[in-house]
Design a protein around this ligand. Structure first.
Ligand code: KG4
Ligand code: ZN
Length: 349
């Protein structure tokens, strides 16, 4: 049972956590959202500087909250890819430095592997194989989880990620940043059937549609046209109805593809991860459809859907248990596919 301290700084949260195997001992998340909100999105340079200012405080807080000491820590981990390079460097450098000073093993963790592991925090008994539906601000993927470090991506978005679509629609409707939680809230008061919008199917060359890949750019354009048409007719935009119809379409589209994929591959569990896993419309749709198809669907606790370090520590603990550690020469990468996860560990060199 490994105890790991992990740092997550891939985007706009400075997060530090201590996790014992799949049990969270402490989790500190310092969000920069209020700083980036004035720019309408994350400004990379501002994010890096903010991480630098907050990281030492967050590490101290993680120890304080857990009432633990360095002697109880078996390994030190940080997210090393994918993400904003300058932001990642702050967390990775801090983790490597601490590993050297404290003479503990160091592990570089893939951010998406962390999102997959978030489900273990609410369901420690979960074991592969299962299907992961990963829906965040940067990714929308269906991943066949075969074992720790062994992942096959079965489906993806061809353009915008689900969270990105929420953020862009919120910007279009002038609702603020980040768009997901705002649209989710607004949709509660709207009619999801008010407007028929395209689900974003991807055509196959021989006819028919791709079963697992999707696209959100057509949906985004359809909402833009709808808003333009309403403005042209001098009609006040029914914000709650537009939000509810958009959310319903995204939830239906993701649910159909996840269920088809799980059934085709004989996987009885779907574990959802990433910021959009917090979405109430997606939760409702997926749960209803899974029940009809005798499948089990699992969501991480709400606070571990969006970026956090507990999920990174959880993934690192599993790797450490298997004897995987990373070299101190490991660098950061803005892009890295999940298929290449084992490249981060020495046993993969
Ligand atoms: O996983 P995450 O924190 O960061 C990335 O790795 O990208 O996901 C952030 C994304 C944002 O696009 C945000 O708008 C979306 O997750 N999000 C939501 C909800 N909460 C966060 N989208 C829909 N409904 C929500 N309740
Ligand atoms: Zn994330």
């Amino acid at each position: 049972m490994a105890t790991v301290l992990a740092i997550e700084t891939s985007c706009d949260e400075t997060a530090v956590a201590i996790v014992n195997n799949r049990q969270v001992c402490s989790s500190i998340i310092a969000s920069q959202i209020s700083i980036h909100r004035q720019y309408g999105g994350v400004v990379p340079e501002v994010a890096s500087r903010q991480h630098l200012e907050t990281i030492n405080w967050a590490i101290a807080q993680a120890f304080e909250q857990s009432q633990m000491s360095w002697e109880q820590i078996d390994g030190i981990a940080a997210t090393c890819a994918p993400g904003l390079v300058g932001a990642l460097l702050v967390g990775l450098t801090a983790a490597k430095t601490l590993a050297m000073i404290q003479k503990k093993p160091f592990l570089g963790v893939h951010h998406l592997e962390g999102h997959i592991y978030a489900t273990y925090l609410s369901k420690p008994s979960l074991d592969p194989p299962f299907l992961s539906l990963l829906v965040s601000g940067g990714h929308t993927s269906l991943i066949y989880v075969k074992d720790c470090g062994n992942y096959e991506t079965l489906g993806e978005t061809r353009d915008d990620a689900a969270g990105e679509a929420f953020d862009k629609i919120a910007r279009l409707l002038k609702l603020g940043y980040p768009g997901g939680p705002i649209i989710d809230q607004l949709a509660q008061a709207g009619n999801p059937q008010a407007f028929a919008l395209p689900e974003g199917k991807v055509s196959l060359p021989g006819g028919g549609y791709h079963r697992y890949d999707g696209s959100f750019s057509g949906l985004k354009t359809a909402v833009l046209r709808l808003v333009q048409q309403l403005e042209k007719n001098n009609t006040e935009i029914p914000l709650a109805d537009v939000a509810a119809s958009f959310q319903e379409t995204v939830a239906r589209s993701l649910t159909k593809r996840a269920i088809a994929c799980a059934l085709d591959y004989g996987l009885s569990t779907i574990a959802v991860g990433g910021g959009v896993a917090a979405n109430s419309g997606l939760r409702k749709h997926l749960q209803a459809s899974a029940a009809k198809n005798n499948l089990r669907v699992l969501f991480p606790p709400l606070k571990f859907c969006t970026d956090n370090a507990a999920m990174i520590a959880c993934a690192a603990a599993d790797h450490l248990e298997r004897g995987h550690t990373s070299p101190l020469t490991l660098g950061v990468e803005s892009r890295l596919s999940l298929a290449q996860v084992m490249k981060l560990y020495q046993s993969g060199y």
